[in-house]
Design a protein around this ligand. Structure first.
Ligand code: FES
Length: 171
């Protein structure tokens, strides 16, 4: 009986050590993967891969292609967007600092809070686009009132949950 108990205890300790080792190895993998992004560009994101898998399983095709480009090589109009909040217009980072949702698909609440369509973070356009939950920011700049955007590039959103002000891009 004593021997069975000792063997069981030993097995449990080995199991615990194995789980701990797996946990440490996984954390190490993440650290190395993130560190490697300094020298090796990531070719896709988890979101892109999961969307590709969803399209593949649901529609049996992937109707898009992608190619990695460093931030410096992305045209400014793709990085910035103009958001109309009431009568004011703001140039902001187009993609959410949380997980990169396209903010031109969000909406404006209360006349000055730009809401991300994915997880509903809010960015105060009157406070340089600062997030109301944390210290991230869209670097919002209010555009002069006398600057008229190109016709058809701005859709004004008066207020509350109307689908956004998806506008065009700004430099
Ligand atoms: S992607 Fe915008 S809040 Fe998550």
């Amino acid at each position: 009986m004593k021997e069975i108990w000792a063997r069981t205890t030993r097995t449990l300790w080995r199991l615990f050590a194995l789980v701990l080792l797996c946990f440490i190895a996984l954390q190490l993998y993440f650290v190395i993967r993130v560190a490697m992004m300094i020298v090796v560009d990531p070719q896709s994101t988890t979101f892109q891969r999961s969307e590709a898998w969803r399209l593949l399983t649901e529609k049996h095709e992937i109707a898009w292609s992608q190619k990695w480009a460093s931030y410096d090589h992305i045209a400014t109009p793709l990085k910035r967007a103009v958001i109309a909040a009431g009568s004011a217009r703001y140039a902001v980072h187009r993609y959410c600092p949380h997980q990169g949702a396209d903010l031109t698909e969000g909406w404006v609440e209360g006349g000055h809070l730009l809401v991300c369509p994915r997880h509903r973070w809010q960015f105060d356009l009157e406070k340089q686009g600062r997030c109301t939950l944390n210290s991230s920011s869209l670097c919002a700049e209010r555009l002069p009132d006398n600057v008229e955007p190109l016709p058809g590039t701005v859709r004004k959103v008066e207020d509350q949950p109307q689908p956004l002000v998806a506008l065009n891009t700004a430099s």
